[in-house]
Design a protein around this ligand. Sequence first.
Ligand code: DP6
Length: 392
Amino acid sequence: MADSTIYRASTTAPVNIAVVKYWGKRDPKLNLPTNSSLSVTLSQADLRTLTTASCSASYLASEGDSLLLNGEPSDVSGARTQACFRELRTRRAALEAADPSLPKLSTMPLRLVSENNFPTAAGLASSAAGFAAFVRAIANLYELPASPSELSLIARQGSGSACRSLFGGYVAWRMGSAADGSDSMADQVAEAAHWPEMRALILVVSAAKKGVSSTSGMQQTVATSGLFQERIARVVPQNMDAMEKAIKERDFAAFAEVTMRDSNSFHATCADTYPPIFYMNDVSRAAIRAVEAINAAAGRTVAAYTFDAGPNAVIYYLEQDTEAVVGTFYHVLGDMDGWKREVLSGLKPTLSLDESVAGLLKAGVSRIIMTGVGEGPLKTEEYLVAEDGSPA
Ligand code: DP6
């Protein structure tokens, strides 16, 4: 009789925010970067993707592989998603060839269901957590003996930044030099527990219109920016070394300076792209001024800003400086979605910001996300596909 078993596996995966940015592809097909990058993995208590991968011979072959994302069918025919399916199936097929007693999962259609625990409206790039969860869930389903670094090679082909979400803590993506991309993967620089006091305050800034996607923006930068050549040849290699040292030594002042300089350098290459690309807006720049004022008032560096391909500000700080950092922003922004009551309680009103800076922030920040450094993907018994194979 035909095997109608529904095979399932679930995982969660985290978001990561780079402190040395990935920007530029040397090979768009294999998704190989022009430079190494480094990120902090954020806590899944606040931001995570939960994905269940399932397969069964009873799933109609005519339906093919499918993905339900936040309740909506999502296209899986794109080259990047197909590359991930192919890489994972090839590895499973090798196990099945070596051990004929294994069920032939590699030949069955895959059904994936995925959900984020944060609103898509937050405008946070969820592709990193999404592809990391996608790859980890199928690897769990296929019982692949692959290490997180090996899985990062696969997730990289889905979305570059996703390769860093296979690990918790502080994570580097080494650009590698092999033409086939076999050495372009992530590794862990330090566990979350090495520097657990790291916090992130995200100011969600609504963009007037949708900006240039990172995939296309970075291609335009590679093609047209002269400044970019300096960035990949000298700036990033120096920032990678300085950042790894800062993390190993838990030196926040050094971590912060490299984080801010690298964000500025990345956005400078965007401005040097022709025609120029602007991801930051007046509200983003007000957030930079606020961080500078906070650091000046503290007399040392207690906060660091960084911006990705959009106007949201991510502000890193250490738990012991919550009052100086969070206190100032709460004082300006007042009540809005996302503040954690337990963190706010007892914070004394601190520094008053310049009126124009305060006004821009108050008008432009729509919500807050408070989080911190966290762990990598976690296997879970929570399933988004029921035992009968239907979406749960
Ligand atoms: C600015 O990983 O989204 O967030 O590989 O084309 O999917 P693709 O790009 P993506 O780019 C992220 C760019 C960034 C910086 C970073 O995360 O390092």
